[in-house]
Design a protein. Structure first.
Length: 434
């Protein structure tokens, strides 16, 4: 049964992946057609075609390898300086440029002269290329909001899980009290497991982060703590101790291995599934977006550890880069977790949402052959033409993105190598959630 559920989780993730890719390409397709660009193909996947259907001037289909997708637009690159496709060159770099230019004009038909991608104004080309990643961002936001506001997320609450009997510096990494350890303020005040803290020093709150900050900010103070116990409210008097506690960053997250001197009450918060309101959801998504940007910027620095995890005896870190295979494996693990089905579904939706957020950020990198590279080319063309108008110089014409294809091949080669490294790590030393 466990194996069957694991396979089911992988299949569900594959479906979510295919939908995300199709949704991305739909953004490119719809805006390209809106601006009159001819699109011969809309394909989900790579490799041999499993199914396709011609509708109008576009072939819609699904291919065998579900790791990507594409649309083909006529005239992605402008012709050569002579206004025609340039002749073959013996230079390998020039050959790359001409191959890309030639591919941009494949299947050129009479009347297509007015339906070429490069002939559209730069702002229209920016919209066409941005529409794909933007669709992933929209999907990520919708899925995140569905989970945050509909299902809720697991987080610490103001309910007491357990009470510490003494004050122990968190930097000491021990649990047992000694005779020299003073009694904890929570134990001295009579706080019990199961109590729900309603107010601290006159401030009512049901948010754990706010309660934690209030406790930390009042070392040495005598404060009233209002709790709910057995359906009744009661007030406990506590003298907040000063202790070495884990440091928090600007997002309220614990900084591993760093400690500060702050107020300490002495209890562990229970974890529960809590629905978020719209404002809290927006804040949460903003924090996750910031984390995703930081992780993307830190990607090169994680390659040595990833290599060691794939080919050495290194540990695979929780924040290690993970590819499609690794994400599919996580989807399988989610399906086998011994938790309520609603929480399994919520975790699965979160996985797909995170994947779409990653697709958005990755595709926005200003590098060819990514969408961001074409956006950067269109923006540069707009700047050149605006500068020519201001300086009263001749229009420089379309920016020839094809000339950057040698760089695009290098970038693509790096991406392929990185993808293979992540694939090996996902197989031999995967990230696990159990």
């Amino acid at each position: 049964m466990t194996t069957l559920m694991f396979i089911l989780g992988i299949v569900l993730f594959a479906v979510g992946l295919l939908f995300s890719i199709a949704w991305h390409e739909l953004g490119h397709l719809s805006t390209a057609k809106m601006f009159g660009i001819r699109v011969p193909q809309y394909m989900v996947g790579f490799g041999p075609t499993l199914f396709s259907k011609q509708k109008g001037d576009t072939e819609y289909g699904v291919k065998a390898i579900p790791f990507g997708g594409y649309i083909r637009m006529i005239g992605m690159f402008p012709p050569g300086a002579d206004g025609r496709l340039e002749a073959r060159s013996t230079s390998p770099w020039r050959g790359m440029i001409e191959d890309a230019r030639s591919a941009a004009f494949e299947e050129l038909q009479p009347g297509d002269e007015k339906r070429l991608f490069y002939t559209r104004k730069p702002w229209k080309r920016v919209i066409v290329m941005f529409a794909g990643p933007f669709m992933n961002l929209i999907l990520a936001v919708v899925l995140f909001l569905t989970v945050l506001m509909g299902f809720g997320i697991s987080q610490q609450t103001t309910t007491v899980s357990s009470v510490s009997q003494c004050v122990i510096s968190q930097s000491e990494n021990r649990d047992d009290c000694t005779k020299s350890d003073p009694a904890s303020p929570a134990a001295a005040a009579g706080l019990r497991a199961g109590d729900k803290i309603l107010a601290f020093d006159g401030v009512r709150t049901d948010d754990w982060d706010k309660l934690s900050d209030l406790i930390r900010a009042n070392p040495g103070e005598d404060v009233p703590v209002v709790v709910e116990r057995d359906g009744k409210e009661m007030t406990l008097d506590a003298t907040i101790a000063t202790n070495k506690v884990a440091k928090k960053d600007s997002h309220g997250q614990i900084v591993q291995g760093e400690y500060v001197s702050a107020g300490f009450l002495g209890f562990s918060a229970a974890t529960g599934v809590v629905k978020q309101d719209f404002g809290e959801s927006v804040t949460w998504m903003g924090d996750r977006l910031g984390d995703a940007v930081d992780n993307l910027a830190a990607l090169p620095s994680k390659i040595p550890a990833l290599w060691d995890a794939a080919f050495g005896d290194g540990t695979r870190e929780e924040d290690s880069p993970m590819g499609v295979v690794g994400a599919a494996r996580v989807g399988g693990e989610i399906a086998t977790l011994d938790i309520p089905p609603t929480q399994q579904l919520a975790m699965f939706v979160m996985l797909v949402a995170g994947f779409n957020l990653s697709l958005f950020l990755f595709n926005m990198l200003p590098l060819l052959p990514l969408d961001g590279g074409h956006i950067a080319g269109a923006l540069w063309e707009s700047v050149r033409r605006a500068a020519a108008r201001v300086l009263r110089r001749p229009d420089p014409g379309p920016f020839d993105v094809a000339k950057l294809m040698p760089v695009a091949y290098v970038v693509a080669g790096i991406f392929v190598c990185f993808t293979l490294l992540v694939l090996v790590a996902d197989v031999v030393n995967p990230v696990r959630i159990t």
